[in-house]
Design a protein around this ligand. Structure first.
Ligand SMILES: [Zn+2]
Length: 336
């Protein structure tokens, strides 16, 4: 199922990379490729104040609510349009709708939402994000359906600092982030593994700029998937950002749509419900093509791919050392 609403286009700022054309590009491509002939579409539910407050402080909720009455910038790169509050509630609601859908035993959903969420912390908006959509979805799923374990895979090129912070002391939600380092927001160190009973349930795999499909997929297949299987979650959320694509203007990785296709194949094999929630991705064609590639394996859609980009030998060596370091740090908690 694909969750989408035209309302998401109303949060917009011209010349800002996170604008309405991103969703338009995705929906146009999926329509042109007849994806909706196989994949049902649904409108999102709207998060309530109570749903947001499972993750954010009352002050943050009130701030977004009142500031969006007139709109404008709330930090150097995060904006509100008039009415962005309502749209952000619908964006968080998109992730909740996915949880409802998976309760019925389905294996795939994708919330095509804006504004994105993974940088939003309990008390503040940042990095284009107002509310943390996947976190609201995960908390809702645990409350509504008594889920005990949720795995969040974040493959956006940027570290999901907000999601990390929200679940840092938590062993019900395992947050696993692959991200480019160095890059905004600068968090996501390999040694940040969680605190208290959350120790071992926060996994960061920082990766170098220039990394291509093969090395990236090693991180997925050698670390993310084995940990996911061992954790044995009731449901998986994916913070699906596509700024790791080689054409992306904000990221420096060299991933191609084939990489996203392979990630989906690996997730599908794990036989657990997977809810993708859109995060970043700022090259319109790259974004749309990569979303298509993410959906394809779940519906046995055949795709032709260009060749993966060639990665420099130094990048491969550096990645090797990072993967080994990550494995070593988490081997106290997981069999990797
Ligand atoms: Zn990003």
């Amino acid at each position: 199922m694909i969750v989408y609403s035209e309302e998401y286009l109303k949060h917009n700022r011209e010349y800002h990379p996170e604008n309405k054309n991103r969703l338009r590009a995705i929906m146009n491509l999926l329509t042109r490729e007849d994806v909706f002939e196989r994949v049902p579409m649904s409108v999102p539910k709207k998060a309530s104040d109570e749903d947001i407050l499972r993750v954010h402080t009352p002050l943050h909720l009130e701030f977004i609510k009142s500031a969006s009455q007139k709109g404008g910038l709330i930090d150097a790169d995060t904006y509100l349009s008039q009415g962005s509050f309502e749209i952000a509630m619908l964006s968080a609601g998109g992730a909740m709708s996915c949880a409802d859908f998976h309760k019925e035993g389905r294996n795939f959903s994708f919330a095509m939402v804006r504004p994105p969420g993974h940088h939003a912390e309990p008390r503040r908006a940042m990095g284009f994000c107002l509310f943390n959509n996947v976190a609201v979805g995960a908390k809702y799923a645990m409350d509504a359906y008594q889920y005990k374990r949720i795995f969040i895979l974040d493959f956006d090129a940027h570290h999901g600092n907000g999601t990390e912070k929200i679940f840092y002391n938590n062993d019900n939600v395992l947050f696993f982030s692959l991200h480019q380092h160095p890059l905004y927001p600068g968090t996501g160190a390999i040694g940040d593994i969680g605190e208290g009973k959350g120790k071992g349930y926060n996994i960061n795999v920082p990766l170098p700029p220039g990394i291509s499909d093969e090395s990236y997929l090693r991180a997925i297949n050698e670390i993310a998937i084995p940990v996911l299987k061992e954790f044995d979650p009731d449901m998986v959320f994916v913070s699906a950002g596509y700024d790791g694509h080689y054409a992306d203007p904000l990221g420096g990785m060299q991933l191609s749509p084939k990489c996203y296709y392979e990630i989906s194949k690996a997730l599908k094999k794990s036989k657990v419900g997977v809810a993708f929630t859109l995060e970043g991705g700022y090259s319109l064609d790259a974004l749309a093509g990569s979303v298509h590639a993410t959906i394809a394996p779940f519906y046995d859609i055949e795709m032709d791919f260009e060749k993966s980009r060639v990665e420099e030998a130094a990048v491969t060596r550096y990645t090797d050392s990072k993967l080994n370091a990550a494995k070593k740090i988490i081997s106290e908690y997981w069999s990797v």
